[in-house]
Design a protein around this ligand. Sequence first.
Ligand SMILES: Cc1cc2nc3c(=O)[nH]c(=O)nc-3n(C[C@H](O)[C@H](O)[C@H](O)COP(=O)(O)OP(=O)(O)OC[C@H]3O[C@@H](n4cnc5c(N)ncnc54)[C@H](O)[C@@H]3O)c2cc1C
Length: 347
Amino acid sequence: MRVEENKPLAPFTTFGIGGPARWFVEAASEDEVMEAAAWARAQGLALFVLGGGSNLLVSDDGFDGLVLRVGLRGVAVDDVERAGEKNYRVAAGEDWDGFVERTVRDQCAGVECLAGIPGTVGGTPVQNVGAYGQEVASVIKRVRAFDREQDAYVEFSAAECGFAYRRSRFNAEDRARYVVTRVDYRLTPGGAPTLRYADLQRVLAESGAAPSLAEVAAAVRRIRLAKGMLLVEGDADCRSAGSFFKNPVVSEDEVRRVAECSEKEPPRFPAGDGKVKLPAAWLIEQAGFSKGYALGAAGVSSRHTLALINRGGATAREILELARQIAAAVEVRFGIELEMEPVLVGL
Ligand SMILES: Cc1cc2nc3c(=O)[nH]c(=O)nc-3n(C[C@H](O)[C@H](O)[C@H](O)COP(=O)(O)OP(=O)(O)OC[C@H]3O[C@@H](n4cnc5c(N)ncnc54)[C@H](O)[C@@H]3O)c2cc1C
């Protein structure tokens, strides 16, 4: 295990923001994860687990502890295809999008709509990654993780992960307790693609015939590219952490109140249990922040109101100030409290 000191974190994040980690380790095996956790404990240091850095806002002062970057690699596929399922056992440091590409190539359905999401496999159960009608919760079979409290490896079934919209035990009651080292996904060989999302249906309707998994994944990437939600070298709109706010899940009464506060009818989506999901992007626009809005070096993406971006040289403080102004405006206009999606590190 190689421990580095004062390692700049900005290059490890999609925002490109953040000061140094006091200590930094990249773990390539489960033994190294254990060793790094023991080292941090022995030194009395805080530990932060870093994946692909695509859902983080790191303090300008950095992190005064050990940053453990999960670098475990490898994908194993079940030799025996059970009736209607194929299992992939994927090390947490694998690139998520690379894994999606592979499943699509293997003609296995289940994650094709999650193409183009940056980050690692280990990051996907943490906030139950989702987009365009799919969530990893529906295909995760098992999560293996190092438990820092018990100093031992443990495994969770999907039911034990406590998945909900952008939530799991890993970012809620057990935040910072586990280091995910492996995720098992159960996919459907020869399965049909998921076509629940209106934007996706519209794009694919143009081609006529029933789309393949590869066509759906490619369409998702095109939509993402148009919204600046695909990482493309040199594209300023993707210097972000993706969506900065979660879509609020509210009651019908709250939707009525929002409608009364606006000349336009709010778009809404069923969220189960009689609840409704309101697009945060719509609320933000109605509250006066449009695409391309700038506050110093922080800004709103020119292609998607939900992404706050680093326009070049932005500090974490500037991004947070813009987020604060947006959230305050939405609250004043609609009485809805927006919740941030990215994880704040050292802030
Ligand atoms: C352009 C863009 C588009 C995006 N689109 C989407 C989208 O459509 N849907 C969506 O859900 N998200 C989206 N995101 C957010 C992000 O890509 C996902 O949340 C991703 O899963 C984060 O994974 P990561 O490896 O980068 O985690 P990081 O950003 O490194 O970490 C995020 C959190 O997960 C924890 N973590 C990471 N790895 C592990 C591990 N192995 N064990 C324990 N904890 C861990 C970290 O401690 C931290 O709390 C987008 C981001 C960007 C930049």
